[in-house]
Design a binder for this molecule. Structure first.
Ligand SMILES: [Zn+2]
Length: 271
């Protein structure tokens, strides 16, 4: 397995809340959930701190082939919570949390896990599989519509995004809501996970939603995104995303929460 990765913040004004790592047989991408200014989190550390610790713990736990993917994630959520349980209020509904993508080569198999709405692409003999859990899009739809109804650079937009996040927090990591990796290890049981024979997979990609926008905007198919990754690498894909976003800075053609989101791509090739 060969890996290439790139991760870029959505703007130079804020730190990157995505995190990625790749070894010769493990790849992980986390997309930390942004807390709008004014909404507390109960955590003195912040989202970049959180995703780095969670991601590092996950890479370490995935190194143990006897741990299945969900068990490795549950152990990582638990270990990360323990680091700040004595300094931070982990019961705060805005406590730092993240979407998770993970892939592991284990002997002749590839194990994978997807929690929440980042996307795993597997280019298999029968075509490209795009795996993502979009439960977050099934809840709070009125707040979502309000949040994308105004230009991205307005105060009204900022207020509506904040109201959306407030509403999301009420259903985050609850039955009937949607699940992310925060402080509750039970979230790992909600992740999509599977295993397949390595010989069936030619290429794979792990994309945070900020790097998957060409497909979301209907500008590119998953196959053409995979081809861009192969020819230009994660750096080339993210540059293409930024070019498209720059052509619609206020989010009128492609309504969205932010002009540009943190974007992360890991490209993997096999054989
Ligand atoms: Zn903390």
């Amino acid at each position: 397995m060969r890996a290439e990765l790139d991760s870029r913040p959505g703007s130079s004004a804020k730190p990157n809340e995505d995190w990625a790592a790749a070894t010769n047989r493990i790849a992980v991408v986390l997309d930390g959930l942004t807390a709008p200014g004014g909404l507390g989190t109960g955590c003195m550390h912040g989202v970049p701190w959180f995703v780095e610790r969670m991601g590092s713990a996950l890479v370490a736990n995935l190194a143990d082939d006897d741990l299945d993917m969900r068990s490795a994630l549950a152990a990582s959520i638990d270990a990360t919570a323990r680091i700040h349980v004595s300094t931070c209020d982990l019961g705060n509904p805005g406590t730092p949390s993240a979407t998770v993508l993970a892939l592991r080569e284990r002997g002749e198999s590839l194990d994978w896990l997807v929690l929440a709405d980042s996307t795993l692409l597997l280019d298999c003999t029968e075509g490209i599989k795009a795996i993502s859990d979009d439960r977050v899009a099934q809840v709070n739809q009125a707040q979502h519509e309000a949040a994308i109804s105004s230009d991205t650079d307005t105060e009204e937009h900022e207020k509506n995004v904040s109201l959306l996040v407030e509403a999301q927090r009420l259903v985050r990591n609850t039955p009937g809501g949607y699940w992310v990796a925060g402080t509750n290890p039970e979230a790992a049981a909600e992740a999509l996970s599977g295993s397949m024979s390595k010989v069936l997979v030619k290429r794979a990609a792990l994309l945070s939603d900020g790097a998957a926008r060409l497909q979301e905007f209907d500008v590119a198919s998953w196959r053409s995104i995979m081809d861009t990754l192969e020819s230009s690498g994660p750096r080339g894909l993210i540059s293409a995303v930024r070019d498209v976003e720059d052509s619609d800075p206020k989010g009128r053609r492609w309504p969205r929460y932010k002009k540009s989101d943190d974007a992360t791509a890991v490209y993997l090739s096999f054989g």
